[in-house]
Design a protein around this ligand. Sequence first.
Ligand code: IMP
Ligand code: MG
Length: 204
Amino acid sequence: MAKQKSISLNHSPEEELAHPDIENVLFSREQINHRVIEMSDTITSDYQTLGATELTIVGITNGAVVFVSDLLRGVRLHTRFDTVRVTSYYDYDSPVALPKILAQGKLRLDGKHVLLVDDILDTGNTLSLLRKTLLAQNPVSLRTCVLLDKKSRRVTPFEAEYVGFDLPDVFVVGYGLDYAERYRNLPYIGTLKIERRDTSSWDD
Ligand code: IMP
Ligand code: MG
């Protein structure tokens, strides 16, 4: 029989779900839900003001998968949905990770209002590359939406039209964001305990 986990009724829902590897919860499940609904509402009314009835939402996988699935369910326009797959790699000449497109989207973007969605805007390299790539397909408009923005980390100048929360220069996981591919499933966003950043300690 599966081992039962004991749950103290005195704990908040966030504490009950707390992962032992997480140092601090920065944005709770409730805060994220609330903000994402606000963002969907703003996006809906902005595009209605533009006279758009349809929006093509392009999510960047893997990181944006959780965010974009919540966001698009709150958008009250006709939506088309696609993904592009990007990975970041380190080049000998660069101190920062450089993005590479692994898979393009399938939908045509010419003549469409396009909203590009990512989990986090950090150096700006990923979104600059994708903006250039998607603009070459002649959309009517192209805006970007990120849940988190670490403005102080920018290497390539980039401003997103829609930002959920500003973040200082801290590494976070959860709600789609990973560290060595773990923690994407956490329903909140938090920082990782320092001792868990050494993946050689991951024998479990
Ligand atoms: P940029 O090209 O540096 O703006 O990179 C953005 C990508 O870096 C995001 O899509 C994330 O995959 C990753 N990233 C940046 N900061 C964090 C973080 O704090 N936690 C997890 N992933 C991050
Ligand atoms: Mg990512």
